[in-house]
Design a protein around this ligand. Sequence first.
Ligand code: CA
Length: 120
Amino acid sequence: MKKLSISLLLLLLTLSLSACNFNDEVDEEAPVILEVSEIQREFVEGATAPNWATYITALDNIDGDISILSTMVDTDNVDMDTIGTFDVIYTVEDEAGNITSFTITITIIEYTEYTVGPVQ
Ligand SMILES: [Ca+2]
C-alpha cells in the first residue's frame, strides 16, 4: 500500500511538474520562413499573378508548420501590368505573437516575341 502511494505521489508530481513547464514556457522565437525552391520570379507584363502564398513555408518552434494565408501576403506594391521589380512581403505570426517578415522580389518584363519563344 505504501509503495502504491509513493508511486501515485511520484506520478502526480511528475504530471504537475510537466504541466508547470508547459505553462511557464514563453515562446520568444519567431517562425522561420523558407522560400520554396524553384519559384517563378519573372513574369511577362500582364501575366496573371500566381498564388503568392505557395511561395514560402513557415515553421515555428512551438506551433510547427504554419499555413500561409493570403492575409499574410502583402502585394499592394505589385503591379503585374507594369515593367519593373516589385516586392511581395510576407508577415507570419506565431500563436505567441512573434512576427517574421520576409520579402520576395519579382520582376515584370516586357512582352516580346522572344519571351514567348520563336514562332514555329
Ligand atoms: Ca514561436
